[in-house]
Design a protein. Sequence first.
Length: 405
Amino acid sequence: MYSVAMKADPASGAPRGVFRLWMAVAASVALVLVVALWSPWLPRVALIGLTDAEVLAVRLGLPDTARISLVADDSERDTLPGGLLVYRAALAYRDRTFSELPLDLAMLTVPSLRAAGAVNGTQRALPVLVDHVELAWSKQRMGMAGLSQPTSLEDLERALERWSSLKDASGDARERSAWPLVFCGGDDESLLQALSVMLVAETGYQGYESARQALASGTGMADVLGGSGGQSPGSVALLAAAGRLKSWIRLGLVHPEWHALKAADLRALLHGGSVFMAIQSLSFRRSVDYAAINEYGSSRFPAASGAPKDAIVAPLTLASIVGSRASALDALRGLYDPALGKEMAALSGRSSALAAAAAPDIQAADALAAVAASRYVVNGLYRDAFADAASAKAAARELRDWLRG
């Protein structure tokens, strides 16, 4: 048997091992007390429904001391603690009571983005990141067809018809496989985004807002498209926009499998050079191999001749504060640092909302310029017209079925 002799501490007479153990316990207790006392002053941040890319970008601007909660969707929004909330703009947040945000921060972005976060003239949210639903086109094929960038919805339609006739007459199998227009109709939000850009193109903000209100009030998508939704301005505008999209499908101007296409499918078609034009988002464009996507120009989806050019479909990532903690405002100021804007945009695949931030590429710069030139910014019907994802998905299914009928 072995025994260990403990030497006594000269000052206290207690064994040194016991003394050291006591000191370690005391230090641990002190640390716990410090953390407990300091914790309420640390910034609390909830990231709600963000993509992995958005989370990476937002984390870049947050302090290291921030206590971050990742929330999969907005279903828990009413139980979230006070602090800074960063979320994807949606109808579900319109009635939420957020703290008023300082004007000096709001002035760092452009007027249309300030307006998008204001409620009755009070700044309740600030955009952090900006996506953009754009029109992309093959630069080479546009030149082959003797066409230039469409500046109106009518120009776009003529370009689709022109390419359709050229590809059918081509002896090149690769050109014959390049469909005039492609979009991800198999993805619910992308399908409603395609309808949203058509709606804005034909009727401007007023028509879009009327349609949004009709759907938000409970009028079913199937009722509107079936003609039983009444003759309200919103129902009429919605049916007209969907009707034009359906006519393009019937004329063979849209990829025949549009209703099944997801992001991975469109990415593969772009890699294979099988697209003349596409309706896509800026964040999607950033996910495509540079060598492939560099063959495509992009621009704001063109408005119909005579229609107002006052709105743009640009889904936003917003930040708001619940409560009055100074630490939450400090965290928000970190997200509004122009020096970080370029890197946050690059990480997220979107554009920075800050006017003074450098852009990572020409598309991000063009997106913010288009937003700045617009009076209204809308997020697309998927987010703006439905209180929850289940309702939005149901409307997308009804639209898809109608377009295929």
